[in-house]
Design a protein. Structure first.
Length: 145
């Protein structure tokens, strides 16, 4: 439930202006800290935590609910036991085709076709032929000259 702040109608005394400004700044900071809606293992992450996770995983983390096995790095969507990938796999891919994390040279799985297309567009911009696809197991990208 959203609460709204109603400013007082009386002019505050000079000594109370600074504490009021500080309080308003704190309320604003809290709202910004929770602008993302990312849950990992049932815990809501604030923007700084999501940014730190994205840096460690070398990929963007879309809003959503996920589980993460802290021992193996396997991750998936909350409520679905199927493993979608391994946390940090994107860090070892590099930028060259053939540097894919999968034995067949594909990159992925990605969380969505949109994310696979974003990856594919990066290779297309470098002049490679690329196809993003779903194989029933996840979203992948295949890169060729």
């Amino acid at each position: 439930m959203s609460q709204s702040f109603v400013a007082p109608r009386q002019v505050p005394a000079a000594g109370s202006v600074v504490p009021l400004a500080v309080a308003l700044a704190l309320f604003t900071t809290d709202a910004r800290a929770q602008s993302r809606s990312v849950y990992v293992n049932g815990q809501r992450m604030n923007d700084a935590q999501v940014l730190a996770l994205a840096r460690r995983s070398c990929s963007d983390i879309p809003d959503g609910a996920y589980w993460l096995n802290l021992n193996t790095g396997a991750w998936g969507y909350a409520g679905n036991a199927r493993v979608q990938g391994v946390f940090g796999d994107a860090c070892g891919r590099g930028g060259a085709p053939g540097a894919g994390a999968n034995p067949d040279g594909t990159h992925g799985p990605f969380v969505s076709m949109r994310r696979a297309e974003e990856e594919a567009n990066g290779y297309r911009a470098q002049g490679y032929r690329v196809v993003a696809f779903h194989n029933g197991d996840g979203y992948y990208v295949r890169v060729a000259r």
